[in-house]
Structure formats: C-alpha cells, structure tokens
Design a protein. Structure first.
Length: 127
C-alpha cells in the first residue's frame, strides 16, 4: 500500500514528528487538530466550544489539501479535557457535519498539547 503526505499551510504545522495527514488510495487519516491559529501558532478561544470552531476549521484545511471536505468524513474521534463540555461542543460539531453524521467516539483526557480543551482527528474516504 502506498501512502502520500497531506500538508496544508492553512492549518497549523505539526508540533512533533508526525504528519498533518496521510492518504492512501481510498482513505485520509488526519492527525489530531487542536485549536491553533495556523499563522500565530497560538490557541484560539477560551471555551471548548470556541476552540472547537478552530479545530474544525483546521480539519477543513487539511482535508481540502487532499481534495476532500468534512462531508467525506466517515469517523471522528474527539478528545475533551472535560466531558462537561460535551453538549457545547456537540452544538459546534453539528454546524460542521451533516446527516448522515460520521461515526464518532468522544473521550475525556487528562490533558492535551499546549493546554487545549479539545482535539479532534478524522478519517475521510474518497467515494
């Protein structure tokens, strides 16, 4: 199986030894996106909901580089530092994804890079 690097200048650069995304012939796997401004590298937003907007904008930019959109996402994984933010993040999530919604998992984690309150990774398909 061959794989191809996906890298967008409109999303934050990786903060470690990983790629923004990797594509195969049929699938694109993104790394987790946190709410970093791609220009400044700083966290955007105070609340998890505010941060979620930047996270999904970053994911859109990475997917666009692979000629895909959020409509092509079949699975998402959301990481929150506080599950009490689940409802507020769901409201933002519903503005970025349409039915049929991707399969999704959501976990509370102890901490995320750079003090983010949310991180999300997705798997998208070329149909």
């Amino acid at each position: 199986m061959s794989k191809r690097l996906i890298a967008s200048k409109n999303a934050p650069a990786a903060v470690g030894p990983y790629s923004q995304a990797i594509a195969t012939k049929e699938l694109v796997f993104t790394s987790g996106q946190i709410p970093l401004d791609p220009v400044t590298g700083e966290i955007v937003g105070e609340t998890a909901a505010e941060q979620a907007v930047q996270v999904f904008e970053n994911l859109k930019a990475v997917l666009k580089e692979a000629d895909l959109t959020l409509d092509d996402v079949i699975k998402s994984t959301v990481f929150l530092t506080d599950l009490a933010d689940f409802g507020a993040v769901n409201e933002v999530y519903a503005k970025y994804f349409e039915e049929p919604y991707p399969a999704r998992s959501c976990f509370q984690v102890v901490a995320l890079p750079k003090g983010a309150k949310i991180e999300c990774e997705v798997i998208a398909t070329r149909q």
